[in-house]
Ligand binder design. Structure first.
Ligand code: 1CP
Length: 343
């Protein structure tokens, strides 16, 4: 909001202009692929680390220093606003978010606690430290979208089928909409707080929305994701919307109020651009699976992404999903350099 990052390559590209080099950052660029992260996190539980502003700032800065990426992404997790609201949630190593008790009944939904904005003080403090340390490098704030967060709340843990989630959606639509409205308020507060504290862009992660048909998405999810986007619409920050396996949902996900569409590796960027009518800035979509293989295959994919990205009005390079934890960080540094050289 004070303009310090407005001329950065990232924000220029998010505005739909062409900076002199193509900007790149990577989802999950902070975290387990970095030895300095593993060393710092030793002995501290994941969600505790997210509430220690000095630790959050250091972990967020690590990949910026090491890889020279064009943006920092705030180190936190999508379940943090749920925890701060009083939900019994933990992150279990090797599993992901696990709830003390799944939230599936009308009675439990009715009794969900409202998030007290005062609980977000550690988030505001961490963003403040980061914005000072980053200077001209933009900080991206983020939040989980209502469907993805609801899938953890309803299933109680990570799932790939979402059976309970879809059953609730279809069989008890009133309870479903009440649940998603609560999630939208809670996660939207988390997102707005980061932007107000100084984040230069915001990304809404609907990682698992690809499990829905277009009709299910439009009826049961889109209004709630739109409510989250509406919480930051008055702020001068680009709004990115991302999910995986969402080729069939790209237009609907843009239309909830995104200014940038995140694309996974399964939809080529020129195809995505055509689906979106050639009017949306794109972000993506190097195949994360190639990070573990021969450099030449990865480099060929990077060049292909750079070429296809030129079809869109603006392009920010990213992976199609997060950095796998076992990735060799030197490969990431080399990939960033390649994008900067050739992009
Ligand atoms: O101990 C650890 O290191 C736990 C691993 C870990 C990390 C590093 C988790 C547990 N969360 C995070 C940080 C995190 N989570 C970030 C900031 C770091 C960065 O991007 O550089 C972000 C943006 C998230 C967002 C997040 N959490 C998403 C959306 C993005 C995505 O990858 O799709 C999702 C779905 C989660 C849930 C979650 N938290 C953690 C795990 C392992 C998972 C996924 C579980 C599953 O497979 O369902």
């Amino acid at each position: 909001m004070n303009g310090s990052t407005s001329d950065s390559a990232l924000i220029t590209a998010y505005r739909g202009e062409r900076p002199s080099t193509r900007p790149i950052w990577m989802m999950r660029q902070a975290g387990r692929s970095l030895p300095e992260y593993r060393a710092l996190r030793e002995g501290t539980a994941m969600l505790d680390s997210c509430l220690r502003p000095d630790m959050v700032a250091e972990i967020t800065l690590q990949p910026v220093r090491r890889h020279k990426v064009d943006a920092a992404i705030f180190f936190s997790d999508i379940v943090i606003p749920l925890k701060l609201a009083g939900i019994d949630v933990d992150i279990v190593a090797g599993v992901g978010p696990v709830m003390g008790e799944p939230i599936r009944s009308a009675a439990r939904v009715k009794n969900l606690p409202e998030l007290d904005p005062a609980a977000l003080a550690p988030i505001i403090e961490a963003v403040g430290i980061l914005v000072g340390a980053l200077g001209k490098v933009p900080l991206i704030g983020f939040a989980g979208a209502p469907f993805t967060l609801a899938s953890y709340l309803v299933e109680g843990r990570p799932s790939r089928e979402y059976l309970h989630t879809k059953a609730l959606m279809r069989e008890e639509p009133e309870t479903w909409h009440a649940l998603l409205a609560w999630v939208a308020r809670t996660t939207g507060t988390f997102l707005r707080t980061q932007a107000m504290a100084g984040a230069s862009a915001v990304q809404l992660f609907d990682s698992w929305a690809g499990a829905l048909t277009l009709e299910e998405y439009t009826t049961f999810v889109a209004p709630h994701s739109a409510a989250v986007m509406a919480q930051v619409e008055d702020l001068p920050v680009p709004r990115i919307h991302f999910g995986t396996k969402t080729g069939h949902l790209l237009v609907a996900m843009r239309d909830v109020g995104a200014t940038v569409v995140g694309v996974d590796q399964f939809t080529p960027l020129d195809v995505a651009n055509e689906m979106l009518g050639g009017t949306s800035v794109l972000q993506g979509n190097i195949d994360p699976e190639l990070l573990a293989g021969p450099w030449d295959l990865l480099a060929a994919n990077v060049r292909d992404v750079l070429k296809r990205g030129l079809s869109a009005p603006g392009h920010v390079v990213n992976l199609g999903h997060g950095v796998p934890p076992e990735t060799d960080p030197d490969v990431l540094t080399r990939m960033v350099a390649l994008v900067h050289e050739e992009g």
